[in-house]
Design a protein. Structure first.
Lengths: 114, 114
């Protein structure tokens, strides 16, 4: 089946903006999510967007949604070294049993150079 | 107080052994999950329980047996461990319904099968 796709790696300099992209699979997804995973830790929810929105801003984070192209992006303004982590986009998809569960993209490793 | 706690954090064992990972959440959530993260950081759902009832079982070998004694606990028992079981296993919890996209993760159990 189709996968939630992300580029694997992004390197930016401290203070620059980072843009992490994701292509999701289900055009009927109601919510789309961004999670962050720091080394040695579990994932934590960063932000999410409702499908009737094009954009959502939350402090340094901006989420853009293009439903026509099933494209989701996360922009981090003024990227800091503490933003170095793996970022996962996610959507809720039906499983084999018909129940729905959060399905993650392959993750984008963001490296911030001082 | 840790919201979702799982033990142990590291588990090193020989092929063929049986091992268990425990998970507890104090968030009052109805739904708990086990996810497996492989060496490429790809995350895949294994099981989901809602109020002690198994609702998702994603083509996981029957050597893996989850057990939920109450809605705050979801343990994972693995029989006859194989090399390919080496991964990081994450427990997570969420509210049911609209909350299923907002997962709270434990810090993971890194399983190494030698």
């Amino acid at each position: 089946g189709e996968d939630v796709e992300q580029s694997l790696f992004l390197s930016v300099r401290e203070g620059d903006s980072s843009v992490i992209n994701c292509t999701y699979t289900d055009s009927s997804s109601t919510y789309l999510y961004w999670y962050k995973q720091e080394p040695g830790a579990g994932l934590q929810l960063l932000t999410y967007i409702f499908s009737n929105m094009d954009m959502k801003q939350d402090q340094r984070l901006t989420v853009l949604l293009n439903k026509k192209d099933k494209h989701l992006s996360l922009r981090i303004a003024d990227t800091q070294t503490g933003d170095s982590a793996i970022y996962f986009c996610a959507e809720i998809l039906p499983m084999d049993t018909g129940r729905r569960a959060l399905t993650f993209g392959s993750g984008t490793r963001l490296q911030v150079q001082p | 107080d840790t919201a979702v706690s799982q033990t142990p954090k590291y588990l090193v064992t020989q092929m063929g052994n049986d091992k268990s990972i425990k998970c507890e959440q104090n968030l009052g959530h109805d739904t708990m999950y086990w996810y497996k993260q492989d060496s490429k950081k790809f995350l895949k759902i294994m099981f989901s329980y809602n109020n002690k009832e198994l609702i998702i079982n994603e083509t996981v070998p029957n050597r893996f047996s989850p057990k939920s004694p109450d809605k705050a606990h979801l343990n994972l028992h693995i029989n006859s461990l194989e090399l390919g079981d080496s991964a990081v296993y994450f427990c997570a919890s969420s509210q049911a319904g609209r909350g299923v996209g907002k997962l709270f993760f434990g810090s993971g159990t890194q399983l190494s099968v030698l």
